[in-house]
Design a protein around this ligand. Structure first.
Ligand code: BEZ
Ligand code: FE
Length: 259
């Protein structure tokens, strides 16, 4: 071999299992050679369009998470998705005020004050936990992906206070369609499946000694909660938007698992 790659026993173990189940699947699906060729051609288009991460996050990520976390104590994780980027700005904190997410002076949308508490499985508050937030804007897009917003718009990070609490001012996210003009959209059409996701905030929590929690927050009454294309909704991640005359408020408690 020309590369220096060494044998990886885990890859071998997982691939052997994959083949074992694949053989049973092929027998049951009765796949023919033309269907195999069609699949390879479609997968080639998917890769060339740069949509492999999108396809995997829509159709596979939720199953990986459910296999790992269903019935586990602590807050259920949800999809990281393809729209996270590293390096978000730190949001500064003025005592008694919510931190303010990165946004334009005239950011379109309804103001949201989202507050949370971060605790361990016994309810002990986790002070100084890093909280990363990102979500879409009122054009339904994520900054840095096909959006007119400046880089890092509606993306930021901050830390919980001594009570494990936080309060962030941002805008209410809205439901959106995953990109559906390429091979992922073609696949959705084969299934006669719409491309919509319910409105959600993305959150990531990091605290020393705890497993990093990557999750999402959804809102009661959203028309897409029961048929999210990416199946990322979990009952305990749904909160209520309260109308405060001029802005909305919502809250949720998050429980982190020990590392
Ligand atoms: C998202 O949460 O933004 C997302 C997840 C999976 C696929 C596409 C988008
Ligand atoms: Fe998202």
């Amino acid at each position: 071999m020309s590369t220096n790659v060494k044998k990886n026993e885990r890859v071998e173990e997982v691939f052997d299992l994959f083949l074992k189940h694949m053989k049973a699947f092929l027998k049951e699906a009765n796949l023919n050679h033309e269907e195999y060729t069609n699949f390879v051609n479609w997968a080639d288009r998917l890769g060339r369009a740069g949509e492999l991460p999108l396809y995997a996050d829509v159709f596979l990520e939720t199953h990986v998470l459910q296999a790992m976390y269903t019935n586990m104590p602590g807050t259920q994780p949800s999809l990281l998705g393809p729209f996270f980027i590293e390096g978000s700005p730190r949001l500064e904190h003025t005592p008694g005020q919510p931190v303010v997410n990165t946004m334009r002076p005239d950011e379109p949308g309804e103001t949201l004050h989202f507050s949370g508490r971060v605790q361990d499985l016994q309810g002990k508050p986790l002070a100084n936990t890093k909280v990363e937030i990102w979500h879409n804007d009122n054009s339904r897009k994520y900054s840095s992906f096909d959006s007119e917003a400046p880089p890092y718009n509606l993306r930021g990070h901050f830390y919980t206070d001594e009570n494990g609490a936080f309060d962030v001012k941002t805008i209410v996210p809205i439901p959106y369609s995953i990109p559906d003009e390429g091979p992922t959209g073609e696949f959705l059409e084969y299934l006669d499946q719409h491309p919509m996701r319910p409105a959600h905030l993305h959150l990531m929590f990091e605290a020393p000694g705890y497993e990093t929690l990557i999750t999402q927050v959804f809102f009661e009454g959203d028309p897409w909660l029961d048929n999210d294309v990416a199946e990322g909704v979990r009952e305990e991640l749904i909160t209520t938007l309260h109308d405060k005359g001029g802005h909305k408020e919502a809250a949720l408690t998050f429980e982190m698992r020990p590392a």
